[in-house]
Design a protein around this ligand. Structure first.
Ligand code: C2E
Ligand code: CA
Ligand code: CA
Length: 591
């Protein structure tokens, strides 16, 4: 064997790299090293820098197909075997080490073996002075890391690409966005981020099954890739959320054009699993440098703008504007302040009476929540309830409202006031809770309130949303004696014939009809609601009545139960108690 004399030194120096303690290795015999080396699978090499002698282990044959005598040095090994693309970096790595520009020598590159296989190898080495031979040696190992590289690239694929669509995923997208922003800043280029969200995807998924939804996502991904991969980078960053990153655009018209192209292609239906389906998308756009230079802010802003497209009726695109971010900032502030609002006792309940305009008596009362946030001041329910619904807080809040209202009712009963039914507004999320019905009934028992004094108000939208799953719950609630009212009636999509099957007692005609009551069409709608309600035995309450003229017109149409500023604004509990107290003589109070 070439350089046999130095074999001990070579082996020991390898073990020095592995163990970091070369000097004790001299104590072991050759066979021990040999066995040890067989098990490590690394090929060892050594250069005597002083004499230029080069040793390479026989087992290089296994990796490269060449015997050691084919190579005269590490540089020569690199020159002969490395791929053209990897040659210079590999030579530079070695050169840097020799010139003491790095502490260890470590370099990985691809080689072409004798039978033309491409393999990844890793070369390591370390320099030291051998006092025995009084020379400088560099010893090291060569390992075949092809399998490791393969695994690494598989792992990197899995962690960077979405397995369903094959598109870059959120993680990879953010790293692309970061890089693009760095370049855009240096090169003074403009960048646009299009946030694309499929419309009604949840509905499609729920009605056609997840397999169908997955196919749709794949087809949509193919569509936007084929349309726009020349314009920019496409990625899937969430369930039905895609992004298109456009580098170096000149005018917003270009971006608008891209959105129009996308909408144009979404006009025709897709054929997914033998079924034709119409799919649209809502798009939001944020740009660098106009809107932001922060990657996460750009994505959030584009997301906000996308949501604005949804609010505008879906299948639209919206460019980010400052007022959109102000809106979302306020939303997140409210969301934050809601967290401790119950424990900080920031809520109260106001009561608005419903009056029979024939005799001016109170026939009912609606409980309306009020929030005075310590930080943000008074916030209207129309602003915070949708946020509480979105993050689920409404369940806890709804529970607080139920308890507060029933404890007030308990007091009114003790004072022998008469107030008809008490209505509480209920969100769909509350009805979906498993114990909703039981909680209502238990609260009535707890505060000794007869269930038929309680009415829950749900909107038409809620009714449609929960109809299939929870209609039984509503039937059970009615059976328990609790009343159900449909709120904002006429604004949703309930067709009148829908009504015949509904478990409800009361329809509350929406304020918008009362506002325009002089309009003949509105009159006709109110008339038909009254006609149907009489036939189905529903009570009608008209909301938002502000003038005597409206009351007279409503009376002519057969609507007598009035809730509105004309009689009273919603009042704090103490004021409402005073009203209940005085209203023993109704005509005097509301006369
Ligand atoms: P809503 O259930 O339709 O309540 C009626 C709204 O109209 C109340 O607004 C009330 O103050 C207002 N209003 C009543 N009469 C008149 C009138 O003559 N003129 C005008 N301009 N407005 C009138 P509020 O209290 O701001 O509540 C707004 C919405 O917030 C409610 O609409 C309801 O959807 C929701 N909300 C209020 N309280 C609660 C609650 O305790 N729980 C839930 N889930 N939602 C609530
Ligand atoms: Ca209501
Ligand atoms: Ca209403």
């Amino acid at each position: 064997m070439y350089f046999c004399v130095n074999y001990h030194v070579v082996i020991s120096s390898i073990l020095l790299i592995i163990e970091g303690r070369c000097y004790i290795m001299y104590k072991y015999d050759f066979k021990t090293y040999d066995r040890a080396l067989e098990s490590v699978n690394d090929v060892i090499w050594e250069i005597n820098v002083t004499s230029n002698e080069f040793f390479l282990d026989d087992r290089i044959l296994k990796i490269t197909g060449y015997t050691p005598d084919n190579f005269t040095s590490i540089q020569n090994f690199i020159e002969k075997l490395s791929l053209e693309k990897d040659k210079i970096p590999a030579l530079v790595d070695f050169d840097n080490y020799i010139c003491s520009r790095s502490h260890f020598y470590q370099s990985s590159f691809r080689i072409k073996t004798k039978n033309a296989e491409i393999k990844w190898i890793l070369i390591k080495g370390k320099m030291f002075n051998d006092s025995n031979s009084n020379s400088t040696l560099i010893s090291g190992s060569i390992s075949d890391i092809t399998e490791i590289k393969k695994l690494q690239s598989e792992i990197s694929y899995v962690s960077n690409y979405d397995s369903l669509t094959g598109l870059p995923n959120r993680t990879f997208f953010f790293s692309m966005l970061n890089n693009s922003l760095i370049h855009a800043k240096i090169e003074n280029k403009k960048l646009a981020l299009l946030f694309i969200d499929l419309d009604n995807f949840k509905f499609i998924n729920d009605t056609n099954g997840h397999n169908y939804g997955d196919h749709l996502l794949k087809v949509f991904a193919q569509l936007i890739t084929s349309l726009f991969s020349e314009h920019g980078k496409v990625a899937r960053i969430g369930g039905d959320e895609f992004v298109l990153l456009i580098y170096d655009f000149k005018t917003l018209d270009e971006i608008q054009n891209i959105c129009n192209i996308m909408q144009h292609y979404l006009v025709s239906p897709f054929e997914i699993l033998d079924k034709w389906i119409y799919v649209t998308a809502s798009i939001g756009i944020a740009t660098f440098p106009s809107d932001s230079s922060s990657p996460s802010e750009l994505v959030n802003f584009a997301d906000f703008a996308m949501f604005q497209s949804k609010l505008r009726g879906k299948n639209k695109y919206t460019f980010f504007r400052k007022d959109i971010s102000d809106f979302y900032l306020r939303q997140s502030q409210i969301e934050n302040e809601l967290k401790n609002s119950i424990t900080n006792k920031e809520f109260s309940i106001f009561y608005q009476p419903q009056i029979n305009s024939n005799n001016n008596k109170i026939t009912g009362v609606e409980a309306l929540i009020r929030w005075k946030s310590a930080k943000l001041g008074n916030i209207a329910p129309s602003e915070f309830i949708p946020i509480a619904e979105k993050n689920g807080f409404i369940v806890k809040l709804g529970d607080w409202i139920l308890n507060k209202v029933l404890s007030d009712v308990c007091i009114w009963q003790q004072q022998k006031f008469s107030f008809g039914t008490v209505s509480i507004n209920i969100s769909p999320i509350q009805i979906k809770e498993t114990n909703f019905k039981e909680d209502l009934i238990n609260a009535c028992t707890k505060y000794k309130v007869s269930p038929n004094l309680l009415e829950i108000e749900i909107t038409e939208g809620t009714l449609i949303e929960i109809y299939d799953d929870k209609i039984e719950t509503l039937n059970d609630i009615i059976k328990s004696g609790i009343h159900i009212a449909i709120d904002d009636f006429g604004t949703g999509y309930s067709s009148l014939n829908y009504l015949t099957n509904l478990p409800v007692n009361t329809l509350k005609i929406d304020k918008s009809f009362i506002d325009n009551i002089k309009d003949d069409k509105n009159k006709a709608v109110i008339k038909s609601i009254v006609f149907l309600s009489n036939a189905l035995n529903y009570k009608i309450v008209t909301e938002g009545v502000e003038t005597k003229e409206q009351i007279d017109l409503l009376r002519d149409l057969g609507c007598n139960i009035i809730q509105g500023y004309y009689f009273s604004k919603p009042l704090p509990q103490s004021e409402f108690m005073k009203m209940l107290n005085k209203s023993k003589d109704w005509s005097e109070y509301f006369g």
